[in-house]
Ligand binder design. Sequence first.
Ligand code: FAD
Length: 399
Amino acid sequence: MEKVIIVGGGPAGLFCAFKLLERGYSVELYEQTTAVGKKFLVAGNGGLNLTHSEDLEPFSKRYGQCSRLFYELLQEFGPKDLRSFFSELGVETFVGTSGRVFPKNIKASEILKRWVDKLKADKNFKLFARHSLIEIREEQLIFKSKGELIEVPFEKAILGLGGASWKRTGSDGKWKQLLEKLGVEIKEFLPMNCGFETKWSTFFIESVDRAPLKNVGISFQNHRLRGELMLTPFGLEGGGIYAISNFIREEILLNGSAEIHLDLKPDLDLDEVKKRLIKRGKKTSMSNHLRKSLGISKNHNILLKELVAKEDYNNPEQLALNIKSLKVVLQTTRPIEEAISTSGGVALSEVNANFQLKKLPGVYVIGEMLDFEAPTGGYLLQASFSTAWRALGSFKKGF
Ligand SMILES: Cc1cc2nc3c(=O)[nH]c(=O)nc-3n(C[C@H](O)[C@H](O)[C@H](O)COP(=O)(O)OP(=O)(O)OC[C@H]3O[C@@H](n4cnc5c(N)ncnc54)[C@H](O)[C@@H]3O)c2cc1C
């Protein structure tokens, strides 16, 4: 029986283990933390979004420069296949109103338990936790475990070592040096799906702390979307900004800051906002009038006061313009550690069509450790599965 070594117990590695056992291989899975799937569990805290239901064409566009590659990958293993895989684990899924796909009535921890239980029930599966890959030699992987060096011979190994955010989940990106030493080009890790910092006044920080801004329009260069933002003491975060965080990040890297514009009333046009603002009773304060005429909440109002000059705040025409297009200058990204995912990783020019490293035949790289980026919305997990599936194409039958 042929043996495959998998390193990294994230969704990509666990999926490979499952499929390889099905195909009759024996599998040894090495994971550097105490348990597998820690980032998957973290993803579960925020409503585990497994994939998206949209058509493959728009779906693949979410991968930006890699959209052509992902169009192919999704045809081979797309959202429907991913949902079928979860149903093999006894996990039903459903499409939410946003088109996102979620597990039905089951927590991430229970899904992971079922997944791992199935693996462990197979006598051809062995799990080695607390084993950190520190070196790859010809036909040998070197792990460090409890201070000891362990040499593991291999013919075929699959690495699913993840990106470089949320280090406490084990995805520490330290593998970068290990592969670079072997001449493999690794693109710099950068935060993706991340928050941004801006300079709020002390008054703003003290009065708002953290507060959601629901249903806002967000524009940056030619990108326009609608979503939810979170005001935080350091700046902004939330789904609304994550989706375009790579473009904002690039602008900051290039020019030192990035200007985004918020539309606080995306369902009303500018004329309507102006019309409502002009009809203010003499004794009504602007804050009250904003609340009554436009439903501007306390937090929206504090944001307006923070960013709009006093004379413009009291001028209905100017205030309307600001409500429809409120400029926020973002100075920097939040630290990579906090980002939901990272851009960068193994350069795609370093792998062949099956994600086998050209410089290290027999070694495959899959999942977030590859150099691609995508917004949240299920696109990240889908990518882990789809890249893993492509690599599995090299493992037909292990008998
Ligand atoms: C807060 C948060 C919410 C998220 N929500 C979603 C969501 O709703 N939908 C979605 O699609 N995606 C989501 N993601 C992203 C998603 O979880 C990741 O993209 C996905 O887990 C990547 O899978 P992976 O298998 O490639 O890597 P990972 O899950 O990062 O797993 C890599 C594994 O490799 C191990 N490892 C690393 N280096 C070594 C080494 N040297 N030796 C041995 N083992 C090693 C790590 O310990 C880890 O267990 C979220 C992420 C975060 C942080």
